[in-house]
Write a protein that binds this ligand. Structure first.
Ligand code: 5CU
Length: 360
């Protein structure tokens, strides 16, 4: 059974050029007062404190296909489903977004064609463009031979994934069976991290901001009835669903006890959180521990979990480490939760082959 990485990012050449030509977030640049730091990737809204303002180092692992293939070889990964890393195209002006999305998706499709059988992709959408152009790209992506779905953030068209203006886009995704890989970027307002946030590097926004953002986004989708209107919409949640598997019971209870929702008649005929978790949601296995992974398995079922690495984020801090700790933590979690049996093989690759129509 091949090992498949469903959560692995790249910035293809067309996107790198955009980042290198910018001076406000997101951008790539070097800082003359610290030449040893090299090029830095600055992308997160929370990157405004002393310890985060210079983002993270960026090298060829972010944009060279040869580096992705070398990483796969070293970690025993047979197939990668590459996706554009955050913040995707969310920040582009409306009038250039559709053309840029086509260029970026075509760049990625070419990378996959050149590495037949090893690379597949989730495409990206021009979400700042008019809805008609977004729909056209969803339809075009459905016809690209190596694309297996769409990577998206939580902002939707600008006001979140519970925005009714997204309905025609969800309808097109559902019609073309396009899996949505939902990934965080915006986190929580920086005020949530307190006055001493600049002492703590990226820990609070990445460990907590990201997963809570995902949890809130999916809960808003549930509350607004997206999964009732589009019962065949499939969503793959990054980082094992944020905190959704752990909080599903509390979310369900808060809905069932909400007098306002009852008064509006919204409690009748709705699909509950568990139903959606088991029928619409897939989860990656990027949670770094057995405890989180078991919660994900309990919530959605072992057949809906797929291994991932988040490469090239979370590289080793020390030079010379060829095997990445972040990858080992995720594969070890699968091993500790499931042992060495068919279920572990399924999470490591079998599920992805079935769900994403990959060669096995
Ligand atoms: O380290 C980071 O900032 C990130 C990021 O931006 N996106 C991601 O997928 N993982 C880590």
């Amino acid at each position: 059974m091949p090992v498949v990485d469903v959560h692995t990012h790249m910035y293809p050449p067309a996107y790198m050029e955009l980042l290198r030509n910018r001076t406000s977030v997101p951008y790539v640049k070097s800082f003359p007062d610290d030449p040893s730091a090299g090029n830095r990737l600055v992308i997160l809204p929370a990157e405004d404190t002393e310890s985060t303002s210079r983002g993270r180092p960026i090298g060829p692992e972010y944009f060279e296909v040869s580096e992705k293939l070398e990483f796969m070889r070293r970690h025993g990964i047979d197939i990668s489903i590459i996706s554009l890393a955050n913040p995707w195209l969310d920040w582009l002006p409306s009038d250039t977004a559709a053309e840029t999305a086509r260029q970026v998706n075509d760049d990625v499709e070419r990378m996959c064609t050149d590495n037949e059988g090893k690379l597949f992709a989730f495409g990206t959408l021009p979400l700042s463009a008019p809805v008609k152009e977004v729909i056209e790209e969803v339809e075009r992506l459905a016809g690209l031979p190596h694309h297996r779905g769409i990577v998206m953030g939580t902002s939707g068209l600008g006001s979140g994934l519970d925005d009714p203006a997204l309905d025609p886009i969800y309808a097109t995704m559902e019609k073309h069976e396009q899996l949505v890989f939902l990934h965080p970027h915006y986190g929580l307002p920086t005020s949530a991290y307190g006055e001493r946030a600049s002492d703590y590097g990226h820990v609070l926004p990445l460990a907590l901001g990201f997963p809570l953002e995902t949890t809130i986004a999916v809960t808003r989708m549930l509350l607004s009835g997206v999964f009732d209107r589009f019962p065949r919409l499939n969503v793959l949640l990054a980082h094992s669903g944020g905190t959704l598997p752990f909080l599903a019971g509390r979310i369900e209870s808060c809905i069932a006890h909400d007098a306002h929702l009852k008064k509006l008649g919204k409690l009748e005929g709705r699909r509950d959180v568990w139903d959606v978790l088991k029928n619409n949601i897939y989860l990656d296995a990027v949670i770094y521990s057995e405890v989180g992974l078991k919660a994900a398995i309990d919530a959605s079922g072992v057949g809906r979990l797929m291994f991932g690495t988040d490469h090239p984020f979370f590289p080793p801090l020390d030079e010379g480490e060829t095997e990445w700790l972040s990858v080992k933590m995720n594969s070890k979690a699968v091993e500790s939760a499931l042992g060495y049996d068919r279920k572990a093989d399924a999470v490591m690759g079998g599920n992805a082959c079935r769900i994403l129509r990959l060669p096995s």
